[in-house]
Design a binder for this molecule. Structure first.
Ligand SMILES: O=C(O)CCC(=O)C(=O)O
Length: 247
């Protein structure tokens, strides 16, 4: 089967070795530069910490492609080509994200469908997730419910997880349990999932290992975004998080 056929059938596809050692080295250098030089200057709603009083607990950075040219150029290259191949049409690059689950304190990612956050009609979009560290069951690998992208949007409700504000409220049905697949990954391996694919990840239970990754979001050009609803939600969320002292 081709990557596109696997993606269409399962709602996700695993691409081992999407980035090789030389590319990973460039990415690591750019991540280090971003964290040292740009992160301290970014708007607070673009940078999340598990504990905002401790910079070692950095857990998420948003919109890397706007903050550092390296990520803008990279985003537009191999990830865009793969997104167009998988979605079968021209795409708009929407977001590059950095994720970490710091050892011992990195929280679980609640079960969700990215399309719930995206607010698209039709919901034709995908997210790529590329490991920067060795990621396995111990430090919280991504888990997909195979085939879930074919069954529409599930109900979501507010969570208390910073960076993942919405979770599926009826998750845990027999089919969720039966069809869930854990996806361990090596640095440079990439997972791409459809915006309706249900996924989640456990907390980082390891004592010493980070669990870093990059995310790339693309919308198919045929997908129409409810821009005002999306912006209104983002602003409301930023106010709520600031009031709760989380950002
Ligand atoms: O890193 C994670 O735990 C989850 C990432 C995710 O949900 C996504 O990229 O859509």
């Amino acid at each position: 089967m081709t990557q596109k056929e696997i993606f269409e059938q399962n709602g996700f596809v695993y691409v081992p070795g999407f980035c090789k050692a030389d590319e990973l080295l460039q990415i690591e250098t750019a991540v280090e530069r971003l964290i040292a030089e740009r992160v301290p200057l970014l708007p607070r709603e673009h940078v999340f910490y598990e504990d905002k009083a401790n910079v070692c607990t950095l857990k998420q950075i948003q919109r890397l492609h706007e903050h550092d040219e390296f990520f803008g150029t990279f985003f537009d290259d191999k990830p865009r080509s793969l997104a167009e191949e998988l979605l079968g049409e021209t795409v708009d690059g929407k977001n590059v994200q950095y994720f970490n689950k710091p050892p011992s304190i990195g929280q679980a990612t609640p079960p969700h469908q990215d399309g719930f956050y995206f607010m698209l009609e039709p919901c034709h979009a995908l997210t790529m997730w590329m490991a920067l560290d060795v990621v396995d069951e111990d430090n919280g690998c991504v888990r997909y419910v195979r085939g879930s992208h074919m069954h529409g949007m599930r109900p979501h409700g507010r969570t208390q997880t910073l960076g993942f504000s919405q979770g599926i409220t009826d998750f845990g049905k027999a089919s969720d349990q039966r069809d869930e697949v854990a996806c361990p990954a090596q640095p440079g391996d990439l997972l791409a999932h459809h915006a309706l694919s249900i996924h989640r990840a456990d907390a980082n239970l390891s004592i010493t290992r980070n669990r870093r990754a990059l995310g790339f979001i693309f919308y198919a050009q045929s997908a129409r975004e409810d821009v005002s609803a999306h912006e209104a939600y983002q602003s409301k969320l930023a106010v709520e998080m600031a009031e709760a002292g989380k950002i």
